[in-house]
Write a protein that binds this ligand. Structure first.
Ligand code: ADP
Ligand code: MG
Length: 258
């Protein structure tokens, strides 16, 4: 899916500095401009410390005082939006709540706790292979299972925008590859527009319509790579010459290879 023509996310000359006592402010993001089309999955790929999380948090409305334009669905982002779903590297489930009750948490915030919400949460849990674990507590689950539950929690209120910050970074490689197909399957069914932060070149290429490569801090767009591999993606595509060429291009943009 190449994504529709509508520009859903509109980012222009986004810049962010953090004050430092007795020093020049730290420039985290220098100048980032791109468009996120409706239904698209764009990865933000860049080295550690280059400003990826800062950018994602700005889009999430969690960072005040940035420069430039950040619009989602035509509206300037200034504060957290209930219509967004966020997944971080750590699942951050509440250990004293069951899996089902963790997934339902956003619905509680929105005051939508009826039978329909429970049904939606159960449906999502079964889609990610957690059927039968509704009443389990997070510490009883593996890291991958916790992250799948966190994904359900991010999706339960059918967000217009899914923001993911290295969500699979703490998982082993096999679990990670499973999560890639799981995420793409969910994306196929829900059509959720997604920004996905990663520092893994192969993860970025495997998942994305577009890989936006951030330079070292302060972040500029080093490349904006349209991934013209068909969906559904298949694990064996990772070994195709087209895939490897895309990885090579990203690696050149990162300054790792020539
Ligand atoms: N709240 C903050 N206050 C001060 N500096 C920050 C803050 N958040 C991030 N930074 C700095 O901005 C830079 C980019 O950080 P970050 O966006 O977390 O990078 P990444 O996610 O790409 O690893 C880093 O140098 C970091 O120390
Ligand atoms: Mg980060």
């Amino acid at each position: 899916m190449a994504g529709g023509a509508v520009s859903f996310g509109h980012f222009r000359n986004v810049r962010k500095t953090f004050p430092r006592p007795g020093e020049e402010p730290l420039v985290s993001i220098e100048d980032i401009s791109f468009d996120l089309k409706d239904g698209q999955l764009i990865s933000l790929l860049g080295p550690s410390g280059c400003g990826k999380t800062t950018f994602l948090k700005i889009v999430a409305g969690l960072v005040k005082g940035y420069e430039g334009t950040v619009q989602i669905a035509g509206e300037h982002v200034r504060e957290p939006h209930p219509d967004f779903g966020i997944v971080f590297q750590q699942a951050n489930l509440m250990p004293w709540r069951t899996v089902l009750s963790n997934v339902l948490f956003p619905m509680e915030i929105l005051g939508r706790t009826g039978a329909e919400a429970v049904e939606q949460a159960r449906e999502l849990l079964s889609q990610v292979g957690l059927e039968g674990f509704e009443k389990a507590y997070p510490p009883q689950l593996s890291g991958g299972m916790q992250q799948r539950a966190a994904l359900c929690r991010a999706l339960v209120h059918k967000p217009k925008l899914l923001l993911m910050d290295e969500p699979f970074g703490a998982l082993d490689e096999l679990t990670r590859m499973e999560m890639h197909d799981l995420l793409l399957g969910i994306r196929e069914r829900t059509g959720a527009t997604t920004l996905f932060v990663t520092h893994s070149i192969s993860e970025a290429v495997y998942l994305s319509d577009v890989v936006a490569v951030f330079s070292k801090r302060p972040a500029l767009l080093a490349d904006f790579i349209e991934v013209d591999l068909p969906y559904p993606r298949r694990q064996e595509m990772r070994y195709s010459s087209d895939f490897v060429e895309l990885e090579h291009r990203a690696s050149r943009a990162l300054g790792i290879s020539r």
